[in-house]
Design a protein around this ligand. Structure first.
Ligand SMILES: [Zn+2]
Length: 68
């Protein structure tokens, strides 16, 4: 894979541990590889009032989009 100036958006979908509603998080990064995002910690908050941090690897879904 070559190095480019392209950007990617990683979209992560977590489940709230309190009410089980989905919590989405979108992260723009030049890194396409999901492993780095999986290793990050995300500060999440839910409409039910739950707040907390979760590692990307704990997301129920994780997908990557081209972002131009
Ligand atoms: Zn919740």
């Amino acid at each position: 894979m070559t190095i480019t100036a392209e950007s990617f958006v990683h979209v992560l979908l977590f489940g709230c541990p309190s009410c089980t509603n989905p919590i989405s998080f979108a992260l723009a990064t030049p890194e396409r590889n999901p492993e780095e995002t999986d290793a990050r910690s995300f500060a999440l908050h839910c409409d039910c009032g739950w707040k907390g941090a979760k590692m990307g690897i704990l997301a129920k879904r994780h997908w990557v989009e081209f972002w131009d």
